[in-house]
Design a protein around this ligand. Structure first.
Ligand SMILES: NC(=O)c1ccc[n+]([C@@H]2O[C@H](COP(=O)([O-])OP(=O)(O)OC[C@H]3O[C@@H](n4cnc5c(N)ncnc54)[C@H](OP(=O)(O)O)[C@@H]3O)[C@@H](O)[C@H]2O)c1
Length: 299
């Protein structure tokens, strides 16, 4: 039988896209929302990270067997400005949700980030046993929440890389944002020294669906098939979509003042997910093509 899944943060860029992709794979999705709308056509359950008591009713309403926890204060700069709020929304709320899931007999997948990595400059791909030394409040709160989610057997943590492809809502994915800016005639400055392994929601949905159907738990890296700099990613978007690549300028991360520090080397080795689930994330080219051409199209 197809798993019943509650996706928290279903009004967000990744959560909304996951709802659609998981439903396409046959899962029975309930969209956990606070204020922003989920994609149309899904049953919804109210869930507020600031009100931990909303977790159990959302689980009961969805009768979820698995929960994919996307809701978060996901803006690294906002976390840096208000680390107390970041801790409350990203750590304490995850703890309350994990407890509610354990009581309800639901397995939890916590959506973490590649920004848990630190300042190490070696360019190798980071596997799950590579030390995580977050440089920002965002990374520290996500890392703390990982440990909480993994206290319960059956739960999983997925460290998701930079999200590309077709997102949900008014904000573009990393590739959509480039396409929208260049399409509107805006020049871009992109980092030539920040390396990631971008991944798209459709590939992630296949990974989450495999996890939901199986018995594997623990920590998984969930990055795409290629290690690229933000500059290279932007150039690929431009060349793939026929947009003016000459409007993209290279810039070093240290040359741009930032509120939250980010690792330059955050590309991940996702071999564990590939081995245990037979996971094959889509090529970057397919993710770029899948993106929306503007906010209005399918937001
Ligand atoms: N985007 C990426 O490149 C990326 C990469 C790695 C990991 N991630 C992780 O993926 C997850 C989703 O990120 P995203 O990019 O989709 O972020 P997003 O677009 O900002 O979505 C965040 C979601 O969290 C919800 N949320 C925020 N505060 C809440 C609260 N108090 N109660 C309930 N829900 C609340 C938001 O609901 P409202 O819309 O109603 O405010 C929204 O649905 C996050 O856990 C993030 O750390 C994202």
């Amino acid at each position: 039988m197809n798993a019943r899944v509650l996706v928290t943060g279903a009004g967000g860029l990744l959560g909304g896209a996951l709802c659609q992709e998981l439903a396409t794979l046959g899962l029975l999705v309930t969209a956990g929302i606070r204020s922003a709308p989920a994609p149309t056509g899904f049953p919804t359950a109210r869930y507020d990270l600031e009100r931990p008591e909303t977790a159990s009713p959302a689980l009961a309403a969805s009768r979820a067997e698995v929960v994919i926890h996307c809701a978060a204060l996901a803006d690294a700069d906002a976390c840096e400005r208000d680390p107390g709020r970041a801790r409350s929304l990203n750590v304490e709320a995850t703890e309350a949700l994990a407890e509610a899931c354990a009581r309800a007999g639901a397995r939890l997948a916590f959506v973490s980030t590649d920004l848990v990595f630190g300042a190490e400059s070696d360019p190798g791909l980071r596997s799950e046993d590579y030390p995580a030394r977050p440089l920002s409040a965002y990374g520290r709160t996500k890392l703390a929440a990982e440990g909480i989610a993994l206290r319960v057997r059956g739960n999983a943590v997925f460290r998701v890389a930079l999200v590309t492809g077709r997102g949900h809502g008014p904000r573009g994915s990393a590739t959509e944002a480039v396409a929208w800016a260049l399409g509107a005639g805006r020049p871009l400055r992109l980092f030539d020294d920040q390396y990631r392994t971008p991944v798209d929601p459709r590939s992630l949905a296949r990974l989450f669906a495999s996890w939901a159907a199986g018995a594997h738990d623990g920590l998984f890296h969930a990055g795409g098939p290629e290690r690229v700099s933000r500059l290279e990613l932007g150039r690929r978007v431009a060349t793939t979509l026929g947009l003016p690549v000459e409007r993209i300028a290279a810039v070093g991360q240290d040359d741009v003042p930032a509120i939250a520090a980010r690792p330059k080397q955050a590309a991940m080795d996702s071999g564990r997910a590939r081995r245990l689930f037979g996971w094959e994330p889509e090529p970057l080219l397919a993710a770029i093509r899948a993106g929306r051409s503007s906010t209005a199209s399918g937001a």
